[in-house]
Design a protein around this ligand. Sequence first.
Ligand code: PMP
Length: 301
Amino acid sequence: YYNENSVLYFNGEYVKAAEAKTDLYSQSLHYGYAVFEGIKSYSTAQGTRIFKAKEHYERLKRSAELMLMPFEYTADEMVEITYELLEKNGLSNAYIRPIVVCSPNMSLSKGKESYLAIEVWNWDNGYLANQMNVMTSSFERPNPKAFKVEAKVSGHYVNSILACQEAKDKGFDEAVVLDHQGFVAESSGANVFYEKDGVLYTPPKGSILPGITRATVFEICDALGIPYTEKLFTPEEMRGSDAAFFCGTAAEIVALGSMDSVPFSLPWEDTLSSVVQKAYRHLVVEEDYTYLKSQLKLKYA
Ligand code: PMP
């Protein structure tokens, strides 16, 4: 993630990543009381561009607010700092990881003072041609009455680690995690869609992290006239449907090959999901739909 020249942002300063220090007397470390983001920047014809930068930093602010953390940065300030940080590290295609932690405190009271750290590292954006084989997890997402599930909180990710590792240990690539009522919620670190008879379905907000990629999929569908619906559905409805994908900043749009060893029924290239995948790839570097519309017409004329 870093070498001797890497620089990170911490609490108003740019410091060498190898020399940056954190506090062991921290609620973040002991209780998972920190909020963070996962953002990506892309090399585009107009130079380095952070995709949906403002949306990510607005979500970081909202997560801090939900966790009762004092946090003063504006989204615009953080966007500016991030561009500067990318430049200092000579990065263009990068993963950006801001995290908000609080001043030393071992109590179970809310944080009194917060610090922002932003780390960046190289991320080569190879086109994700592979399909993932996934399993329904034996772990559930946290009950929304136990957590603020819509906040991106460090502590929530212990659940993600358990679900992801269980899937890997059983020979799968990733997990589909259900909510406390048995409906499909999301993956360990991405949202989920399935396709049936020309319509895309995804779980509503409630037991999921409302992903920025998920919102971008809605945007793409609106622009291209692809029908989609938010609804609760069971793993049985999703398993064996026409197609499915995970979506998230890191994974982008990644096709699922099978769920619980049952393949999805259509060849990926024949699905609307694959159109969305291509559209997303195009959008992150071009930010326009003109080309996509012409492609779609060719394909579905
Ligand atoms: N759900 C979870 C649990 C995640 O960790 C992520 C990744 N941040 C997502 C969904 C997708 O969110 P986004 O599209 O904003 O990256």
